[in-house]
Design a protein around this ligand. Sequence first.
Ligand code: DGY
Length: 320
Amino acid sequence: MTQKPVLWLPRRVSDATIARAEHDYDVILNDADTPGTADEIIAMSSKVDAMMPCHSEHFSADVVAQLDPRLKIVANHSVGVDHCDLPALEAKGIAVTNTPDVLSDATAELAVLLMLGAARHAVKGDRLMRTGAWDSWSPSFMVGKQVTGARIGIVGMGRVGRAFAAKARGFDMEVHYYNRTRLPSDQEQGTTYHETIESLLSVADFLSLHCPATPETMDLMNEQRLDALPDGAVLINSARGALVDEDALLRAIQTGKIGAAGLDCFKTEPGGNPAFAAHENIFMLPHIGSATTRTRDAMGFRALDNLDAFFAGKTPQDLL
Ligand code: DGY
């Protein structure tokens, strides 16, 4: 009998994923489910043929330089790959894949939750109810910003951006977008393209970020760009914390320039930015965009499909 490839699962992915993985691979599972450290990744590379990390395992150039040649493929259980130094992995001859498509709807759904929660004061309302502090009502009590019919600007019209646009259209929102390249007309579906991000910002009463974290998009929403939004705009980030200058956002929240923010991603994860907690108009969630049972199974299966193809000598569909 031919030997199965050895696969390291540094995190406890879904039960269905583990069951399928165990059928086809010799699995080493980190049952403790703690993030794989640099030392663990390096040590494990001489024991396994493949790894299925999440965005919590960092393959920096320094780590990659110390990987054992036994490791052949890093099949990410994530669409984002900003935790991987891709040129370093490529130079080392290690294949890298990700899991696009399967998490677009779950992430777009969460962006809608962030938008609504931020626009309608969900944090304050929840606090009032939980602490028994709801003691009055008036027509001016907790008045928020209406989503239906408002203008939404989307930065990044990839799969998640397009899924979010479809959901925003369900609210009759006027959808504007900025993308490096304009979408083909059959994909634009009534949205308005802006050639520059500045042009998009000037019309975006709501702004939702859906682009990857790269050196070019680091602090994309800096002080100047936040200032270019209409007064009281709502910022939504379900993509990556690296896209937002958090100090600039804090200042813009303090001055009221930004009316509210809905954030699922932070510069420091886990943990987030403690300074945000003092502001009830920042609605925050702990990086759970893709966290639905169906999507987590689909992500695990997509990563396994990539591994299966690789070990069958084919090109994995999500090879980067
Ligand atoms: C992704 O897939 O990139 C999500 O952020 C979860 O890691």
